[in-house]
Write a protein that binds this ligand. Structure first.
Ligand SMILES: [Mn+2]
Length: 333
């Protein structure tokens, strides 16, 4: 457990703060930095947010006050370098910081990392890490509560978005009874969960659903039922009007089939390459599969780009997945 009084000491001793999260921010990254920004501002601190890349359109509802900047757009390197404290949220990897990494390396500010990811670099910072935590948002909440900082309704909204999404709406293995106690306290501060759910999960496009229909229709399982997979061709985008981002969660549909241990989707890119996303249930490991094709990721979620054409890439990957899954089946548990 991080010693939150140490972070409180750093906060108390300084006036200006820059917050940064990882590239392609998700709702935990954005929610954590916006919630922390609220806490710091309520303590009379000056806070800037400088991210390596833009947030997706789907998360625009989280930043109504347009507090989040991309480095170089509305916030300069000098703005960042002149802060007293620079905090990194929801990552501990240089590669996830892109353009901000260089600034973080050479800043003379006090450096802080608040994160829950297992894989990490040494960012030469004060680390407040808990790899058991379900979300970085949970860490921000525990910091506030342990240090007796008041949490505004707005901050509670950001924390709810962060924790709800990183736990798959409170269902992932990381969820404990403490998660529900924390979230009950957060909801009591004035959050309307159904409104957040609507923003996150009920704004899909018709085109995406038409694409999903094709993808579901094509799901194939191997004879032993351990592997389920599907695919998207370039024509599918043209014919349905769906966008590449619309494929994002579709691989998870394969994993919902009973008996499936490993699932994957092959998505043909405009340049003819084929992007594979792999998912595993607990007990299997898809990181080793992705690595075989020059990709990478986590044990339960990984990806790789494979040269086309689509048909050949699918067969190649299916063969490797089949071998790996058979190997993993034979491992003593
Ligand atoms: Mn996270």
């Amino acid at each position: 457990m991080p010693d939150w009084s140490e972070l409180k000491k750093i906060v108390d001793a300084h006036q200006t703060f820059v917050l940064t999260c990882h590239v392609r921010p998700d709702a935990d990254a954005l929610g954590s930095e916006l919630a922390l920004a609220c806490l710091l501002q309520d303590m009379g601190k000056t806070v800037l947010i400088a991210n390596p890349s833009q947030a997706p359109n789907t998360l625009e509802f989280m930043d109504e006050d347009q507090w989040v900047n991309v480095l170089g757009q509305g916030i300069s390197v000098d703005d960042v370098l002149s802060a007293d404290v620079h905090l990194i949220l929801d990552t501990s990897a240089w590669s996830q910081l892109q353009g901000v990494a260089e600034v973080f390396r050479r800043t003379e500010a006090v450096k802080v990392v608040i994160d829950h990811h297992v894989s990490s670099d040494d960012l030469d910072a004060h680390n407040f890490k808990d790899t058991e935590a379900e979300a970085t948002g949970s860490l921000i909440f525990r910091f506030a509560r342990e240090c007796g900082l008041p949490i505004s309704k707005k901050a509670a909204f950001y924390l709810f978005c962060a924790i709800a999404t990183d736990t798959g709406w409170f269902r992932f293995p990381s969820v404990s009874s403490q998660t529900y106690r924390d979230i009950a306290e957060i909801v009591d501060l004035g959050v309307e969960p159904y409104l957040v759910y609507g923003e996150l999960y009920e704004r899909s496009s018709l085109a995406r659903h038409h694409l999903a229909g094709r993808v579901l229709q094509r799901i194939t399982t191997t004879e032993n039922g351990l592997i389920s997979w599907t695919w998207v061709a370039r024509e599918d985008f043209h014919e349905t009007g769906a966008k590449p981002v619309d494929t994002e969660d579709l691989v998870n549909e394969c994993l919902r089939i009973e008996g499936t241990k490993v699932a994957f989707i092959a998505v043909e890119q405009e340049n003819g390459q084929v992007k594979f996303s792999f998912r595993a249930r607990i007990g299997s490991n898809v990181a080793v599969i992705a690595e075989q094709f020059g990709g990478g990721g986590h044990t339960l979620a990984a990806g790789a780009m494979v040269p086309g054409p689509l048909e050949k890439a699918k067969q190649q990957v299916l063969e490797v997945v089949t071998n790996k899954v058979n190997d993993q089946q034979n491992l003593p548990t």
